[in-house]
Design a protein around this ligand. Structure first.
Ligand code: NAD
Length: 332
């Protein structure tokens, strides 16, 4: 199969080419994001391989189908950026990598919690300047603290396990409770109770119409004053403008983000020579108690290896006409 790989970074090329040694497909790499203007790049390809900020809306799905594309292979787990119904209607099959390393994202979540709590991001800069004072760096013991985990699937369950290792009390909320988390000692409660009782809240549910701005003005107001909020899932789970107001009032005590609703035009690019155009993001960067990473929670060697191997296996299974356990959509 000839596959157009969009949003390619050097690490994508390296890991996908390595995994492709066992499959022998023709991989054509493009830096560009897939969107309405870039679909012509897929002309003559059997499939496209895309990542979190590539967009397949109804128009792009139609254009891909016209270009001869039959397969969309997501090299990620989340699929909120693909209109599955439109893809299906245009005769496209969509596959993804449902699980590659839940540990990568879960461990990054803990890194954000620990860094924010102990102000590591500030201490690092301070010590480099020769400032060894401790004012403003005081944290709290995690032991015995209540942490609310929203979404207890693959990643959320690992987060629960890690938090239990710190002897935290874990409250969980999920539309489908996970027995593994109950066995780990998490207590499932309503979303309202979780928000009211938690010292730290961390988001691990997918972005869908029903979870859009799940954490907005009302949810923030219902949380414990000074609560820490972590989002390593998808940006639009959080209303960032509401978070800014909650940070200004002190209601939100710390905010750790690996994802941002409008990240598509910024993340994964070096914009350090340009003026930041997103005023909400720029305001978030001014808070001492906000720590933002640029969608790197997945970024471990193990995860990239698993992503590449599963993506190539998905493509080969499609080429053979074999079963597609990782299919999200099939031709209507
Ligand atoms: P998963 O499908 O295994 O788990 C998601 C859980 O959310 C499920 O248990 C599901 O029942 C629950 N859920 C669904 N709707 C819900 C709702 N309305 N309220 C509460 N819970 C709900 O997915 P996962 O592998 O654990 O990944 C979780 C999310 O993490 C993905 O959707 C993706 O957006 C994000 N992610 C981020 C990165 C990163 O690098 N930052 C990497 C991978 C995944």
């Amino acid at each position: 199969m000839r596959i157009a790989i969009f949003s390619t970074k050097p690490y994508d090329t390296a890991f996908l080419e390595q995994a492709n040694l066992a499959h022998g497909h023709e991989l054509v790499f493009f830096d560009a994001r897939l969107g309405p203007k870039t679909t012509p790049l897929a002309q003559g390809c059997d499939g496209v391989c895309i990542f979190v900020n590539d967009c397949v809306d109804a128009a792009v799905a139609a254009a891909l189908a016209r270009a001869g594309v039959r397969l969309i292979a997501l090299r990620c787990a989340g699929f909120n950026n693909v209109d599955l119904a439109a893809a299906s209607a245009h005769g496209l099959t969509v596959v993804r990598v449902p699980a590659y390393s839940p540990h990568a994202v879960a461990e990054h979540t803990l890194a954000l919690i620990l860094s924010l709590n102990r102000r590591i991001h500030r201490a690092y800069a301070r010590v480099r300047e020769g400032n060894f004072t401790l004012d403003g760096l005081m944290g709290f013991d995690l032991v015995g603290r209540t942490v609310g985990v929203i979404g207890t699937g693959r990643i959320g369950a690992v987060v629960v396990r890690l938090l239990r290792g710190f002897d935290c009390r874990v409250l969980a909320y999920d539309v489908a409770p996970n027995p593994e988390c109950v066995a780990l000692g998490a207590d499932y409660v309503s979303l309202g109770d979780l928000l009211r009782q938690s010292d730290i809240v961390t988001l691990h549910c997918p972005l869908a119409p029903e979870t859009y701005h799940l954490i907005g003005q009302d949810a923030l107001a219902s949380m414990k004053p000074g609560v820490m909020l972590i989002n390593t899932s998808r940006g639009a789970l959080l209303d960032a403008a509401a978070a800014i107001e909650a940070l200004k009032s002190g209601q939100l005590g710390a905010l750790g983000l690996d994802v941002y609703e409008e990240e598509a035009d910024m993340f994964f690019e070096d914009l350090s020579n340009r003026v930041l155009q997103d005023d909400i993001f720029a305001r978030l960067l001014t808070f001492p108690n906000v720590l933002i990473t640029g969608h790197q929670a997945f970024f471990t060697r193990e995860a990239l290896t698993a992503i590449a191997e599963t993506t190539l296996a998905n493509i080969s299974a499609f080429a053979r006409g074999a079963d597609l356990p990782n299919a999200l959509a099939r031709p209507a």
